[in-house]
Design a protein around this ligand. Structure first.
Ligand code: TZP
Ligand code: MG
Length: 211
């Protein structure tokens, strides 16, 4: 499965207002044009990730949108998610690849040059590069890469890339024009006063930047 990374929601159910609010938001933003969803709930127990995934997966399947799990391959396998997004301190990609069905999606976080030059990158279906801009969402985030360095990296990367970290309406056009296949956002949708409108606007900005 080849994910459409254009508008990639990293769903934080706590930021959405809890379990039921996250289910409702997911349905509405799928209708509004989100193209990939990843569940990321650092404060939650694994059994709650699983319970929420059992609700979200059918919604994503109906919409034809891939549903991924952050960090935890065991949860991805348990709920039959479409793939997993791993960080540099999670399972090596070679191991994850062996445990996942061949058609599942494997994403990798990259936040510095050393990561970019690692063998793991070649095994990923796509790279999540960031934080491109400063973010308050991830407590242990690496320093922001900055737009200039991001643009430089994009000239050298041949794999699909989604830009993440501090991306909202004002940052979208720059990272798409730099060559990113899409943007991954948490707060720009989960903390928006109107998540549907925020999704539509981000989608329009992506389309315009590609023209
Ligand atoms: N990985 C790098 S930055 C980040 C993650 C999960 C958080 C992005 O959140 P926001 O609210 O879109 O800046
Ligand atoms: Mg991670």
């Amino acid at each position: 499965m080849k994910p459409d990374l254009s508008l990639y929601l990293v769903l934080d159910p706590v930021m959405c207002g809890g379990f039921e609010a996250a289910v409702s938001l997911t349905q509405r933003v799928l209708d509004a044009g989100v193209t990939t969803i990843q569940l990321r709930a650092p404060q939650w127990k694994k059994r709650d990730w699983l319970r929420l995934s059992q609700q979200l997966l059918p919604l994503c399947r109906d919409a034809g949108v891939p549903y991924l799990i952050n960090d935890h391959l065991d949860i991805a396998l348990a709920c039959d998610a479409d793939g997993v997004h791993l960080g540099q301190s999670d399972l090596p990609l070679q191991v994850a690849r062996r445990l996942l069905d061949p058609d599942k999606i494997l994403g990798l976080s990259v936040s510095n040059l050393q990561h970019l030059q690692s063998d793991d990158c070649a095994l990923a279906d796509y790279l999540g590069i960031g934080p491109v801009f400063p973010t308050g969402t991830k407590q242990d985030a690496d320093p922001a890469i900055g737009l200039v360095q991001f643009c430089d990296w994009m000239t050298r990367i041949r794999q699909p890339v989604v830009a993440i970290g501090g991306i909202g309406h004002l940052e979208t056009a720059d990272v798409i024009r730099a060559g990113a296949d899409g943007i991954a956002v948490v707060s720009a949708i989960c903390a928006a006063s109107d998540p549907v409108q925020a999704t539509r606007t981000l989608g329009q900005l992506i389309q315009e930047a590609r023209q």
